[in-house]
Design a protein around this ligand. Sequence first.
Ligand code: GDP
Length: 304
Amino acid sequence: SRPGWFSRLRQGLSRTGSGIAQVFTGTRIDEALYEELEAALLMADTGVKAAAALLDDLKRRVKAAKATDPAQVKALLADVVADWLSPLQRPFEIGETTPTVIMVAGVNGAGKTTTIGKLTRHLAEGDCKVLLAAADTFRAAAREQLGVWADRNRVEIVAQEGGDPAAVSFDAVQAGRARGCDVVIADTAGRLPTQLHLMDELKKIKRVIGKAMDGAPHEVLLVVDGNTGQNALAQVQAFDAALQLTGLVVTKLDGTAKGGVLASIAAWQKETGREVPVYFIGVGEQLEDLQPFDAREFAQALLG
Ligand code: GDP
C-alpha cells in the first residue's frame, strides 16, 4: 500500500485539481472530452502553454495506441504528464566539499523555514553534521522559528539579532569550516522592512558567502508555495534571474494545491533550456513531510 504522504498528496491535488479524473468517466473519446480535459488542466494551474502542449502530446499517443476507451486515455495522460515532468526530477545529493553551503530563498510564507527544518532532519539522518545560519535578521520571529528547528534536530545555529544578513552568512560559513560541519544551510529573508530591494540583498548574501568559501554557495534553493498557481512560476523566474537557482522545493502539495504549476515550470525550462530540478515536495508540516520529487508518482496523484 501507498505511504501516508502519497494519499495526502493525492487528496491535496484532487480536492481542487481533479476535475481531471472526472473527465474520463464517460464512454466516448471525442472533442468534448479534450475540451473538458483542457479546462481541467487549466483549473489545475498548468497555464495555457503547458495545457496545450500536454493535449497535443496526448492526442498523438491516443491515435498511435488506437485507444477506444476513456480509461485508456487517462492512462496515456498519466504517461504524458510523467514524461513531461521527468526533466524536473533529480535526486538531491550533497557533494564531497565540506561544508556544502546551501542558500535557501523564498517569499515569506512559502514554507522556507519549515523546509529547512525538514531538510536538516533529512541530512542529519544521513549522518551529516549540519549548521544553520539565520540570515533573515529582519524578522525576530524567523530567527526564533529557525532556532526551534535547530533544537528539534539538535544542530547548531549561527544568529545575530539585528545583524547584517550577509555578515551572518559569512560567519556561519566560517564557523562551519572551523567546526568541521558537512553542511551549512542559510535561511534568508522573504521580504524586507526597508526600501532595500530583496533581490539585491539576496545577491549580496550570495556574493559574500562566495567570499567566505570558494565555490560557495553550492546550492541555491528556492522554496515556492504550490498553492500560488502561476505566481509560483513568476517567482521561479524572478529568483532565478537574480540568483541562478540550482533547485526548487514546492511546498503545501497536501493542502489545496493544484499541482499543475509543475507542468508550467517544466514548460518554462523546456522553452529556455534552464535546468532547475525540483528536489523535494512538501506534503505536510511534520519533519518527515519532505519527499523527493518523483514525476510518475506525482502524475498518478494528480490524476486521482
Ligand atoms: P517561511 O515564511 O517561508 O519561512 O514559511 P514557514 O516555514 O514559516 O511556513 C509557513 C506556514 O506554512 C507554516 O504554518 C508551515 O507549517 C506551513 N507549511 C510549510 N510547508 C508546508 C507543507 O508542505 N504542507 C503544509 N500543509 N503546510 C506547510
